[in-house]
Structure formats: structure tokens, C-alpha cells
Design a protein. Structure first.
Length: 500
């Protein structure tokens, strides 16, 4: 395709599989997010690179950008979020929402011995959530964690909690409370096993830093569904914490989908999930691929290899993602299983070649047939042999071959990618990919990457070579002072490319 950018305008899901260090952020996500700054977005951004590099684009687009950033990465804003704020006592979907959220918090492992306890933990956790909504008017992750910790602590709170649940206006809460009381008295071992499941899946909440990021919110996930103001939520989580905090990240994704489903007339929400394989078993993501399009959700998941999908979603999970995605993109493939999978998707081609040995044998047989006619043998039989071997003498052999073998895919240059696009009558695409800082159409639209120097200037591609432009940090103008990304009172942009 040369230097022509490839873009796909679709509401259907997208799937990218690229190995570690393949340049997902540098060659793909940076430009995709910059172009989507004027849209509604929910972006899992491990390491905080995407937000750091693309932030200036949101001011240009007049879009609010929120950063859930518990550890304070790269001087990005630290906006608290309360993902359970969707649970309201007056909501007719309260019970269904609790069930869906608990499925994200406590996924079923598939173990025959553990399934019963996981299902009971889901129901008990839902009962605690509904009790807190009824008692306090809301529930947050820290309040849920404190409630469960009270069960076996010496604070004396547990009897009061159980008494309130037994008198709840909700039948499911009363039933679970009665079950808890009976099991605690008569089957302490079973009671402990169920509570142990809750402890195990909520243990990540013992971090005070994380608790602070989940209370007193700056904004809600519903901000992305506000028709009057474009907004984006970044989830800036150190990559080493993604698997630890996976339950809360899965819940945020689920709640974002729920908010969008309640606002079907609002513009679509792009849900970009980098390092999706670190989130574990995640049915909500698969549902976003299969049903999200109808709800206005544009899901885009990025995995490191096909094996991550199989490990998290089972043997049929890979087909579920592949069958629903309009774009299936592969680059930087590092493992043989994924390379073999891509090779089989590409299919085979038919090659023709001259088999010199067979052609020489046919030439010799043709001469013998001609001689046999001169020596008095059956002329009809000799003529047939002559004609047959004359054909074989010039015939080219055909052989099926993989369009690209697994070895060729593993050895593919780092600046190449393979794309499969559905619904456009296109053959597989072997394309190039380029770093964002080499694309002239994005000049001045990217800030320094916090992991790569220099941090005070950026490269600007020119017609002939590149030049360096200084990065300016100054007091934010009044026009942009109310934008949440500039809560600190300063903003940063590239000299010569100041947002207007």
C-alpha cells in the first residue's frame, strides 16, 4: 500500500495480536487514540504511555480526559472513580447489575470442586452490595471490603450487619443472611470456605492507595455517555499490577458497558483494552465482541498471543473473538502456535515449476516411442506413447504451498503487519507500520514518551528529514482551565502547535 494510511470505519469489534515489544503503542495505539480524541473512549493504558503521549489531542478536540491513576504515573492527573455508583436502590436493574458485576469480580474457574463455593461467593457478595445500597444509599469497593472484613474481626459490627440483612426489604438479601447465619452456626467449615472465596477475590483492596482511588470520585464512568460533552477515561495502571487489580478493572469495563446500554442514543464508546490477556477470565469482554456492537460499544482487545485467549476463555474462546471481529491484526508474532494459526488463516497458493527429472524421462520415452515406430512395432501404440510423452516433456508440475509458512510469519520484519478485514471483500493485507513520530500528518500532536528521552523536546517530521521542537509547560489558559486533565493548573504542548 506504500505510504497510504489504512483506516477501517466500522462499529464492529477489532482484535490485535502482537508479541511483547512489537510496538503496539508506538505504531498503532498512539495514532488510533489521537484520531479518536474527539470521540468517547474507555482505554486501559498500562504504563500510562498512551495518555502521556496523546493528551494534547484532547484539548484540541475539546474533549475532557480523566485518568484513573492510583500510583501517580508520569505526573498524569489522579482522578478517583467509584465504579459501583451505577448501583442505586431505585434502579429496576439493581439485582441484575449486582449479578453481572459479581461475575466480573469472581469469575467461575471451571474447577468442579470450586464451582459451588464460587457461585455461593458471587451470591453472598451481591447480597452485601444490595445491603449497603439499601443502608447507605450507595456501595463502593472500600465499603464492601470493610463489610466483609467485619465478619471475622473483633469490632462487633458483624451481628449488626447480619441483623440489618435479615430485616432487609429485599427477599434475596434476607435469604442469603439466613443462609449465612445457619452455615456459620452449623457448618463453620463450609461458611469459612465461601467467605474465603470472597477474601481471595477482594484481597487486592487491602491497599490504602487503591482504596483512595475508588472513593470520592472526580467523575463517573457515565461521563462517556454524556451527549453534551465528549469525554475519555484512561485507566493508568502499572503493567505489573494489571493482573493483581484485574477484578476491579474487569468491573470498570462491565460498568462502562452497562452505562452505555442505558444510553442507547448517545454516541458510541470506543473500549480499547491493551494487555487484555492479563485480565484473566473475562466474559464481559467476549460479550462486548458478540453483542456490544448493537449497544453502541466498539470493543478493541489487544493480546500478546493466541494462547492467552485460549487460556482465559477456553478452547472455543479464540473462535468467538475471531468470528466477531471485523479486523484481525497480527504483527510481531513471537510464538509458533500463533504463527501456525495465522498461516492457516492465510490459506494456500498453487505454485508451478519445471520438474527437470520427470521432463527428461518423458523426453527419453518420447525418443524410444519414435524409434519403435521405425523398427516395426505397433504404430498405433507407438503414436499414443509419443503424444503422451511429448505432453509430459513440457508439462509444469503444480504444488500447493502455504501463502506464508509459520516460519516465515515468525521471521516477518518488525515493520510489517498482516490484517484480515471482514465485510469488505478484501484479501488478507500485508502492510507496513510506522512509528507515530515519523508520520507527518501527526506533527506536533504527540508529547514526549515518559520512558524515552528527551523529555523536553519532540521530533517533528519534515519534508526533508526531521527537526526538534521544544515542549512548553505553562499555566493553562482560562478557556481550558475547567478541563479535568488540567486540574493541576498547567498544561503541556509542542512549541508551534499550541491548541486554540
Amino acid at each position: 500500500m506504500g505510504q497510504s494510511p489504512l483506516r477501517l470505519e466500522t462499529d464492529a469489534p477489532r482484535l490485535s495480536i502482537a508479541g511483547a515489544g512489537a510496538g503496539k503503542m508506538r505504531d498503532l495505539l498512539s495514532m488510533a487514540v489521537a484520531e479518536a480524541a474527539g470521540m468517547r473512549n474507555f482505554i486501559l493504558d498500562p504504563r500510562g504511555e498512551i495518555a502521556s503521549v496523546t493528551m494534547v489531542n484532547f484539548a484540541v478536540a475539546g474533549s475532557h480526559a480523566y485518568c484513573w491513576n492510583p500510583v501517580g504515573m508520569h505526573d498524569l492527573p489522579q482522578h478517583a472513580m467509584q465504579p459501583l455508583d451505577i448501583l442505586k436502590i431505585e434502579s429496576p436493574q439493581l439485582h441484575a447489575d449486582c449479578k453481572i458485576i459479581l461475575e466480573s469480580l469472581i469469575p467461575i474457574s471451571g474447577s468442579a470442586s470450586g464451582k459451588y463455593f464460587e457461585l455461593r461467593a458471587q451470591e453472598w457478595g451481591g447480597a452485601f452490595m444490595k445491603m449497603l445500597v439499601e443502608r447507605d444509599g450507595e456501595v463502593s469497593f472500600p465499603s464492601l471490603y470493610r463489610t466483609i472484613n467485619a465478619i471475622e474481626s473483633n469490632t462487633g459490627e458483624w451481628p449488626d450487619i447480619l441483623e440489618f440483612m435479615l430485616s432487609s426489604s429485599m427477599e434475596s438479601v434476607r435469604r442469603c443472611a439466613g443462609e449465612m447465619l445457619a452455615k456459620q452456626q452449623d457448618s463453620a467449615r463450609e461458611f469459612g470456605a465461601i467467605i474465603g472465596e470472597l477474601y481471595a477475590y477482594l484481597s487486592f483492596l487491602d491497599d490504602p492507595m487503591l482504596q483512595r482511588a475508588l472513593e470520592k470520585p472526580r467523575a463517573s464512568l457515565s461521563a462517556t455517555c454524556n451527549p453534551a460533552q465528549v469525554a475519555t477515561w484512561f485507566l493508568n495502571v502499572p503493567v505489573e499490577y494489571v493482573s493483581i487489580w484485574a477484578p476491579v478493572l474487569r468491573t470498570m469495563f462491565t460498568v462502562q458497558m452497562l452505562y452505555k446500554s442505558r444510553a442507547p442514543s448517545s454516541p458510541p464508546v470506543n473500549m480499547i483494552i491493551d494487555e487484555a490477556g492479563q485480565l484473566g477470565n473475562f466474559d464481559a469482554l467476549l460479550r462486548a465482541f458478540t453483542f456490544g456492537r448493537g449497544a453502541g460499544v466498539r470493543a478493541w482487545a489487544l493480546f500478546q498471543d493466541a494462547g492467552q485467549i485460549k487460556r482465559n476463555f477456553g478452547p472455543t474462546g479464540l473462535q468467538g473473538f475471531m468470528g466477531s471481529a471485523a479486523l484481525r491484526q497480527f504483527f510481531g508474532v513471537r510464538d509458533y502456535e500463533t504463527a501456525q494459526f495465522v498461516s492457516s488463516m492465510l490459506g494456500q497458493e498453487t505454485l508451478e515449476y519445471d520438474d527437470t527429472l520427470r521432463q527428461a524421462q518423458a523426453r527419453q520415452a518420447k525418443r524410444q516411442a519414435a524409434m519403435s515406430m521405425l523398427t516395426g512395432n505397433d504404430p498405433l501404440s507407438a503414436a499414443q506413447s509419443l503424444r503422451h510423452n511429448a505432453f509430459l516433456e513440457t508439462h509444469r508440475t503444480k504444488q500447493a504451498r502455504s501463502l506464508m509458512t509459520p516460519d516465515e510469519i515468525l521471521a516477518m520484519p518488525e515493520d510489517r503487519q498482516i490484517c484480515f478485514v471482514s465485510g469488505k471483500s478484501l484479501s488478507p493485507i500485508l502492510g507496513h507500520k510506522y512509528p507515530y513520530y515519523q508520520r507527518p500528518e501527526f506533527a506536533g500532536r504527540f508529547l514526549p514518551n515518559p520512558y524515552h528521552s528527551p523529555l523536553d523536546s519532540v521530533s517533528i517530521p519534515r519534508r526533508w528529514g526531521t527537526s526538534q521542537a521544544k515542549v512548553i509547560t505553562e499555566t493553562v489558559p482560562r478557556k481550558f482551565a475547567h478541563f479535568p486533565q488540567y486540574d493541576a493548573g498547567v498544561w503541556t504542548y509542542v512549541h508551534g502547535y499550541r491548541p486554540r
